[in-house]
Design a protein around this ligand. Structure first.
Ligand code: ZN
Length: 346
């Protein structure tokens, strides 16, 4: 028997010295085993060769069984290790897949909501939402989207944080004055919720890149204060069949609506066919705005986003909610699709 082991050791050693792969060496040793087993089965009892290689085939069969079990076990361990490594490499991807670590606890107050539950929270995690503008409306919308666990949040804005923004744009802080708003907002969101992916775009939304940018998202929130961007965002969202949640402010009053012609609702241009003449729609800088108002309307935009993503309740499609902060009143008006709308009509 010792002779066979010696032969196996020599085969293995020579194979290793010649640089033969492990599989080839295993094959040779296996061949030796089969040859010895064959000898035991073919040769009569008491044959010198059988006597020299351990007399009985039972011993060899037992040894072969052990070797087989050991090899299967080794394969199993290697397969498990490969899976564990693949999971480690896939960690960033996991942000949009299964919940990790403290996430179930973090979103517990969502998960107990009948309209959201675990499936709704999973949809939030898988969702990709683009927010245009990290100013008055964008700031609170971004904060609540990140806190709510929206998996991927894009934010596009070409402004830097200014001292005069801080009266209402609470995602930005005094220490970040001069910093691009998208990076200031990114830092705040990642600090609040490390489980979300934030993609900042420090530039203005332009016609030559809007379609490519929107391609990467399921839903768009528009919190800008200029009409060119609003019309561009609307055209692009309608062309891609994506819902556009739009908010607007002036002084003490805010409004929010979900423009979604893909679901039978009007688009932004159905309701606002033309930009107002210059001077008729003064900016926040010109007209002023009460600090908490963007917070109210931006948070409403985030609520609508969660409803659109999860299908909870009824989003403000074909409706506009108007909040008058000065008199503490809200009202809703119905919005109609225009058959001759150049963007969604026909
Ligand atoms: Zn339209």
């Amino acid at each position: 028997m010792g002779l066979v082991f010696l032969l196996a050791a020599v085969l293995w050693g020579v194979g290793t010295a010649l640089g033969a792969p492990r599989a080839q060496r295993l094959f040779l040793v296996g061949l030796l085993f089969v040859a010895v087993l064959g000898l035991h089965l073919v040769l009569p009892d008491g044959h010198p060769l059988r006597m020299a290689t351990g007399e009985s085939p039972a011993l060899w069969l037992l040894l072969g069984g052990f070797a087989a079990v050991a090899m299967v076990y080794g394969q199993l361990v290697r397969a498990l290790r490969r899976r564990a490594q693949a999971t480690e490499i896939g960690m960033p991807e996991q942000k949009t897949g299964a919940f990790m670590g403290d996430e179930l606890d973090r979103y517990a107050r969502h998960i107990v909501l009948r309209e959201l539950g675990g499936p709704g929270q999973k949809r939030l995690k898988a969702a990709r939402v683009l927010v245009i503008g990290a100013g008055g409306l964008g700031s609170p919308a971004l904060q609540y989207l990140a806190a709510a666990g929206v998996g991927t949040i894009g934010v596009i804005d070409d402004d830097v944080v200014e001292n005069a923004n801080l009266q209402r744009q609470i995602i930005h802080s005094h220490g970040n004055i001069g910093m691009p708003k998208v990076f200031s907002a990114q830092a705040a969101m990642e600090a609040q919720n490390p489980h979300v992916v934030v993609r900042p775009y420090h530039r203005r939304l332009e016609a030559d890149m809007a379609a490519d940018l929107f391609d990467d998202y399921d839903l768009v929130l528009d919190g800008t204060d200029n009409f060119d961007t609003r019309y561009l965002a609307n055209r692009t969202a309608v062309a891609q069949g994506k819902p556009l949640i739009s908010g607007a402010l002036s002084q003490w009053e805010g409004q929010v609506s979900v423009f979604d012609p893909g679901q039978g609702a009007p688009c932004y241009q159905c309701v606002f066919p033309e930009a107002p003449a210059p001077g008729l729609a003064p900016s926040c800088a010109e007209a002023g705005v009460i600090g908490p108002l963007p917070g109210v309307v931006g948070a409403m935009m985030a609520v609508e986003a969660i409803k659109v993503i999860t299908g909870a309740g009824a989003a403000l499609r074909g409706e506009m909610l108007i909040y008058d902060a000065l008199y503490g009143e809200t009202r809703k008006i119905r919005l109609k699709k225009r058959a001759d709308c150049p963007v969604c009509g026909g």
